[in-house]
Design a protein around this ligand. Structure first.
Ligand SMILES: C[S@@+](CC[C@H](N)C(=O)[O-])C[C@H]1O[C@@H](n2cnc3c(N)ncnc32)[C@H](O)[C@@H]1O
Length: 253
């Protein structure tokens, strides 16, 4: 298995803990610090090997893996190039599991286009008023890009990865900044996880989603240029608590 954009290895650790003998995992990240940390923190649980590299140019031979996980990292990459590479390195009939922030959810729309821009305007006003730097509001920019689910499914299909399942997660009616209110945050923590995941009508409220795709058996990844849609660009940065659940580290570029 390849954990592509492994970060600190949350999923690798979870898999090896739940079923130590079932996996041989290569952890790849553009950050050598992340892969080192990942191996150091999971190596005692099972077979874990590090690789440093970019999702857009994976340093592996064709059809090297049975399964490729891309959890919380495609948002940071050139998605068109990355999915093509992912398709190349998974074997025909193999499985790819991708998560993506849902740019169409009320939560993301509010966060990216209302909440964070408001914080930036506030920061500008505070600067004009001479408020000390460490007491100013603001939101850094990360370059995260969210891709709508239908769009991502079509991108995957174009590189011979046939989507077989789509699940939305982190379903919430609460919008920022109200989800940060302690009472609401505490209540959200108590909601069982299976109630925050859906394939049903509530999916539009999911702040992220997961696609499972299977590589075609032809073994042919189309060599033609992949059209890279211009996904909705998330204009801000500091991963929110809710972002942090679907994107469990803030190690983005
Ligand atoms: C938010 S973390 C997700 C980590 C992990 N997959 C998880 O779910 O806990 C994103 C990771 O993707 C890595 N990353 C971002 N862009 C990348 C790229 N183009 N190629 C390889 N890794 C990348 C970052 O270094 C970071 O460690």
């Amino acid at each position: 298995m390849l954990d592509a954009g492994c970060g600190p290895g949350v999923m690798t650790r979870a898999l090896l803990t739940s079923s130590p003998a079932s996996f041989r995992i290569t952890v790849l990240d553009q950050s050598i610090a992340m892969t080192k940390y990942c191996v150091a923190s999971t190596g005692d649980l099972g077979q874990v090997g590090p690789a440093t590299g970019e999702l857009e140019a994976l340093p592996f031979l064709d059809s090297s893996f049975d399964v490729v996980l891309v959890l919380g990292s495609l948002e940071y990459a050139n998605a068109g190039l990355a999915v093509r590479e992912i398709s190349r390195v998974v074997r025909p009939g193999g499985i790819v599991i991708v998560t993506m922030l849902n740019p169409m959810s009320p939560y993301r729309i509010t966060e990216w286009f209302v909440y964070w821009p408001s914080l930036r305007i506030l920061a500008m006003i505070e600067r004009l008023l001479g408020r000390p730097l460490d007491r100013r509001h603001g939101a850094r920019r990360t370059g995260i890009r969210g891709i709508p689910a239908g769009w991502l499914k079509r991108m995957l299909a174009r590189v011979d990865l046939a989507p077989v399942d789509l699940v939305h997660f982190d379903v919430t009616p609460h919008l920022p900044p109200f989800d940060r209110l302690p009472a609401l945050a505490r209540r959200a923590e108590r909601i069982p996880h299976d109630r925050t995941v859906t394939r049903g009508w509530r999916r539009w409220m999911g702040t992220g989603y997961l696609v499972v795709a299977r590589r075609g058996r032809s073994g042919e990844v189309p060599r033609a240029q992949v059209t890279v849609p211009s996904p909705r660009r998330e204009p801000s940065a500091v991963p929110s608590p809710r972002g942090a659940r679907s994107v469990p580290c803030d190690a983005g570029p």
